[in-house]
Design a protein around this ligand. Structure first.
Ligand code: F6P
Length: 348
């Protein structure tokens, strides 16, 4: 029987969101269901902000970055009466099932709505950070790594021309996945990640050794969430603002500037800082992400058709499977030590 299915995108945007929307819509519409896009993530379900989705409205969006549905970091659990309103709106609008595309925050809400309110929820793992468990990779990550790598390549040439050290700050709130992969792919001299400790003194020693070995410039790739260890026993995470969003996240940013000053002071090498920021989330997805996002979208549609509620489409090996949302939002997926060791091989 034809049913109405909603789809929403929550949290930070990421390349590939539109590819998921397109794939899920086309699969479900062709199966006879009605698709409705919820605008601005969970906020749209609180404020009844919808847009119809069909074959035409999802044409020509596969390669488009961002999300045609828009997004927000709204947490209905944090608003008084928020969940009750959301449940009521779903009922009033005759929405039978919801596909939530998001990271740990968005999917955490979907998991609670499924577990505590028995709502028909299906998840799709999105984040450039690649820190969701239950899946080998989230879509958007490959594009972010590609962009960060290209930036490192560009920084290499200018750093070399000026005999400089350049510190490049890369996104990743809790994990250093983008930093370690782009660092390896771009041949960074040192990478600094939230998961593994390396002090500023050690970084400076590595840079000095590299200069003594004949290199005239350096690239240091630092994760925005990396802790700065300036003195023994003293470490700090650099934040732009301690204000938290509805999910309790602080705004990170600024570690590269502090680190660059510290490196210049300790080594005497002229040092600059570059913050890649939201460039890593913008623009068209790579072919890899378009394919992964399309596979996730089709799988999510199939999960709706077969009633696999409380589950998330996931990549395991080369298979797209369904895993419990619980698993995805439980423990954060950290950078595996083997990648840290691989990067360290080139610290010299
Ligand atoms: O979670 C994805 C992410 O891009 C993080 O890497 C980053 O810390 C955060 O979002 C930035 O959030 P905002 O877009 O709200 O500044």
């Amino acid at each position: 029987m034809a049913k109405r299915v909603a789809i929403l995108t929550g949290g930070g945007d990421c390349p590939g969101l539109n590819a998921v929307i397109r794939a899920a819509t086309r699969k479900l519409v062709r199966a006879g269901h009605e698709m409705v896009g919820v605008r601005h993530g969970w906020r749209g379900l609180l404020e009844n902000e919808y847009m119809p989705l069909d074959i035409e409205s999802t044409a020509d969006i596969l390669a488009q970055g961002g999300t045609i549905l828009r997004t927000s970091r709204t947490n209905p659990m944090k608003q008084e009466g928020g969940v009750e309103l959301l449940v009521d709106n779903l009922r009033q609008n005759d929405i039978w099932a919801t596909i939530a595309i998001g990271g740990d925050d968005t999917l955490g809400v979907a998991n609670k709505l499924f577990g505590e309110y028995a709502l028909n929820m299906v998840g799709v793992p999105k984040t450039i950070d690649n820190d969701l468990s239950g899946t080998d990779y989230t879509f958007g990550f490959d594009t972010a790594v590609q962009i960060a790598t290209e930036c490192i390549d560009r920084l290499n040439t200018t750093a070399e021309s000026h005999d400089r050290t350049i510190v490049v700050e890369i996104m990743g709130r809790h994990t250093g996945w983008i930093t370690v992969m782009a660092g390896i792919a771009g041949g960074a001299d040192v990478v600094m990640l939230p998961e593994f400790d390396i002090s500023v003194a050690e970084v400076c020693d590595i840079l000095k050794r590299q200069r003594q070995g004949g290199k005239n410039f350096n690239i240091v790739a630092v994760s925005e969430g990396a802790k700065l260890v300036t003195r023994e026993g003293e470490e700090k995470m650099v934040v732009q603002s301690v204000e938290v969003d509805a999910f309790g996240n602080v705004k990170l940013g600024g570690v590269a500037n502090l680190l660059a000053k510290e490196i210049e002071r300790r080594t005497g090498f002229e040092t600059r800082a570059t913050v890649l920021g939201h460039i890593q989330r913008g623009g068209t997805p790579t072919a890899h992400d378009r394919i992964l996002a399309t596979r996730y979208g089709v799988k999510a549609a199939e999960m709706v058709q077969t009633g696999q509620w409380g589950q998330m489409a996931a990549l395991q090996g080369d298979e797209i499977v369904a895993v419990p949302l619980e698993m995805a939002v439980g423990e954060r997926k950290l950078v595996r030590p083997e990648f840290w060791e691989l990067a360290r091989t080139f610290f010299a």
